[in-house]
Design a protein around this ligand. Structure first.
Ligand code: PMP
Length: 787
């Protein structure tokens, strides 16, 4: 609102303007609210509201929506446009600050704002509020307007624009609460907007715009925020206010609720039940679908998050503003009540008075599953987190637990193009309904897929084998190398993991040096140092360091008692702690291995398919071409596929008469899915996205490292990142318990991560590649607070 002097100037202008343009002589009294509005009393019983706007404000939608609703003749009072003498809906004028503006005159809607009510609202009033909004939305269903495709700061479909503002909220606990509200909105509402019916809505049924006449809901004013949106946003905005505790501190105990089907004699003290009454009234006039019911609570949370973030931002510019913070305290108290409520419970409670049930998927209690696992599943299968998580659904970068609670997945790199990607699901389902056979019959999808995979690789990598896992692919790579070279031994990198078979466990220092392992390599396995420039034998990220580690591979070769069939390495080492080998490492290592007649195998199970951002394959970050490339995890987005691609020469050596056959490998369903994954990576430009988001995360994490001494190193490429925690930057003492505690605390905030590295002190980040900027920023803020 303007200063006192400006208000006086506006008042004079109002007075003159209504006389000149509308032929009305009357006093102009300023009205509250955020705009410059004046009550015009004509003295003859007629009252109006005069509203000013800047010249570039578009008000045509507002006039058209009001006219459309006037024609619908609803039993509630809504403002109407009063035409000027000229017949126009608004008139141009010069505003007190000298700028060009416009004014419009509306009929006055009798009543007092809900906000000013002293006595507690009744259930009947809330139900009537719902009925009014339901009838308005039903009446607006057929209404279209060219200006409706707009947005503004309170647009409930664009709540994320306020998310960075969370940082201005003053306590860590409140920041956590606000983030959790945004998170619920993003994961449970935003992702589902495409499923919801849309229409023009009033878009601001807050407690200043809803007018009461005694105990009755009289009407609704201010169509200035109208826009096209999922229709249910209308209800959610009203709910956010109806669920706030009463504005007046004098409010006594609340009256009994209106008796409805399932609301019978429920006292409406708790906010969700208050909301249920509005929902019941709305549903009478405009029935809600299950999908609309599902998103309602997350939308309310989104609206509350905006309320408190905007307040935090405004406090920075004018902490003493008389009206900016009127809802803030109540919003915080409501957020505190809502945050612990699971989405399924909230949806069910909001639907207490209606005959529609939410569609949110749920599961049995985790304890029942843990018990059943104890009976029939080996305990060698570990379960993540001290308090295990049970997931029933995935969508994009989110996983949803058995109570509908969303988790941002920052660690599952298998669901590379996003959980349950519709194109991948569709491709698999379509082919599954048609045919799944084996590779002894001809099928076009096998060759099409092989051709597409090979096209992503440099020559001379051109012959494909298809299996069902990364382990099988590494097993086959080993057989290829041994057959081709006639040698038996292998060199692996310290800390590596290559698979779960007996042979591969023997080739995985991560396993044989880990719990339950023998602690010593078998005679045919030789371990080269991990090219870890942070805590390894050679420190640094320059070429000389890379070459030193490459020469160490040569040293291992020389010391090996037998000739070596293959050198196995990941392009960036995952289990070893998200290690980025310095330039020069692979060139040097490959030179030594090939010099000794060995084959160079690159395990791209963790790093392939665009994850490193700059390239499609991790090895392409270096000036090398491997002899064998091993693929797994992301290749089928969760469908079990493994693949090996090699050179013609090595493939020829393998064609010695013994058939290679995998019952499932290369079946048409897997090929269809593999093709869909490649299509999505290309069509959604996910490699470029990984590059952009990886850089954003690295920047954010490095900034954290400058303020938090617990962070020893931040490293990675694209969306394959690691944060190594140390207790002391000199001694590099690994902060493993701290890493575990952080991962658990972040889980409690709805973020999934895990630790890795020989000391379990590296937080690894390798999310589905559909991660958004918003998600990345939220993670950095959350980590900052938890650190
Ligand atoms: N190689 C690497 C680098 C891996 O990380 C893994 C699995 N974590 C494998 C191979 C084995 O793949 P799978 O679990 O599909 O057998």
């Amino acid at each position: 609102m303007a200063t006192a002097a400006e208000r006086l100037a506006f008042q004079d202008l109002s007075h003159a303007l209504v006389a000149r343009e509308y032929g009305i002589a009357g006093a102009a009294v300023p009205l509250g609210g955020e705009g410059s509005n004046f009550l015009i009393d004509a003295g003859d019983g007629r009252r109006f509201v005069l509203k000013f706007a800047d010249a570039d404000d578009r008000t045509a939608l507002e006039h058209a929506a009001m006219a459309h609703l006037a024609a619908a003749d609803l039993p509630f009072s809504l403002p109407r446009t009063v035409q000027a003498r000229s017949g126009a809906a608004e008139v141009a004028c010069e505003l007190p600050d000298g700028s060009a503006g416009s004014a419009r005159l509306l009929t006055y809607v009798r009543g007092t704002p809900w906000y000013e009510r002293r006595a507690p609202a009744t259930g009947a009033m809330r139900r009537e509020l719902g009925r009014m909004l339901g009838s308005i939305d039903r009446a607006l269903e057929g209404f279209r307007h060219p200006d409706a495709a707009r947005t503004h700061p309170w647009d409930l479909t664009a709540v994320d624009r306020h998310r960075p503002t969370v940082r201005w909220i003053d306590t860590a606990e409140r920041r956590r609460l606000a983030e959790s509200m945004f998170h619920l909105w993003a994961a449970c509402a935003r992702l589902r907007f495409g499923e919801l019916p849309r229409s023009v809505i009033h878009g601001d049924a807050n407690d200043e715009n809803v007018l009461l006449d005694g105990d009755r809901v009289a009407g609704l004013v201010d169509f200035g925020d109208a826009l096209e949106s999922p229709t249910v946003c209308e209800l959610a905005i009203a709910l956010a206010y109806a669920m706030l505790e009463p504005a007046s501190s004098e409010a006594g105990p609340e009256g009994p609720a209106l008796q409805g089907p399932a609301l019978h004699s429920v006292p409406a003290r708790d906010p969700v039940r208050r909301g249920a009454e509005v929902v019941a009234g709305y549903h009478e006039q405009r029935p809600l679908s299950p999908a609309e019911l599902d998103v309602l609570f997350p939308l309310v949370c989104g609206r509350l998050a905006v309320t408190v973030s905007v307040a935090a931002e405004r406090r920075r510019s004018d902490p003493d503003h008389p009206t900016w913070f009127i809802t803030e305290d109540r919003a915080w108290r409501l957020i505190e009540v809502l945050a612990p409520i699971d989405p399924i419970d909230a949806a069910q409670q909001l639907a207490a008075g209606i005959d529609v049930r939410p569609a949110i998927e749920t599961g049995p209690p985790p304890d029942a599953i843990i018990e059943a696992r104890r009976r029939n599943v080996s305990a060698a299968l570990s379960i993540a987190y001290r308090q295990p998580l049970e997931f029933v659904r995935g969508d994009g970068q989110y996983l949803y637990n058995h109570r509908g609670r969303p988790y941002l997945d920052l660690v599952n790199n298998v669901c590379h193009v996003g959980h349950a990607h519709p194109r991948v699901v569709e491709a698999g389902a379509r082919q599954m309904a048609r045919l799944s056979t084996n590779t002894r019959y001809l099928h076009e999808l096998l060759t099409t897929y092989a051709e597409r995979l090979v096209a992503t690789l440099p020559a001379p990598l051109e012959v494909c084998f298809f299996v069902n896992s990364g382990s099988e692919a590494n097993e086959l790579a080993l057989r290829l190398a041994r057959t081709h070279t006639g040698a038996r031994d292998v060199i692996v990198v310290d800390g590596a993991y290559h698979g779960n078979t007996d042979t591969l466990v023997a080739m995985s220092p991560y396993k044989f040096n880990g719990p339950g392992g023998t602690g010593v390599p078998r005679p045919w396995v030789h371990v080269a140092p991990c090219p870890d420039g942070f805590r390894g034998g050679y420190r640094g990220s320059d070429r000389a360091t890379g070459e030193a580690y490459g020469d160490a591979v040569g040293e291992v070769l020389r010391r090996a008692s037998a000739s070596v069939a293959a050198f196995f390495a990941e392009p960036l080492m995952s289990c070893a702690g998200q290690i980025v080998p310095p330039d020069g490492y692979f060139e040097t290592a490959f030179h030594h291995v090939r010099g000794a007649g060995g084959v160079c195998v690159i395990d791209e199970v963790q790093t392939g398919f665009g994850r490193v951002g700059s390239h499609f394959w991790g090895f392409e970050r270096h000036i090398v071409v491997p002899d064998v490339v091993v693929m797994g995890k992301p290749i089928g987005n969760g469908h079990p596929i493994g693949a090996v691609v090699t050179t013609r020469a090595i493939a020829n050596s393998f064609e010695n008469g013994m058939e290679f056959f995998s019952s499932f490998g290369g079946n048409p369903v897997s090929c269809a899915i593999g093709l869909a994954v490649l299509d999505v990576i290309r069509d959604e430009a996910l490699q470029a996205r990984a590059a952009r988001l990886g850089a954003r995360l690295l920047d954010g994490l490095r900034e954290l490292a400058s303020r938090h001494s617990l962070i020893g190193d931040v490293r990675g490429a694209g969306l394959f990142l690691g944060v190594e925690l140390v207790r002391n930057r000199e001694t590099l003492e690994p902060a493993d318990t701290e890493a575990a505690a952080l991962v658990n605390r972040l889980k409690d905030r709805g973020l999934l991560l895990s630790t890795d590295g020989p000391y379990h002190n590296v937080i690894k980040i390798k999310p589905p590649m559909v991660l958004s900027d918003d998600d990345a920023d939220m993670f950095v803020r959350a980590l900052d607070d938890e650190l």
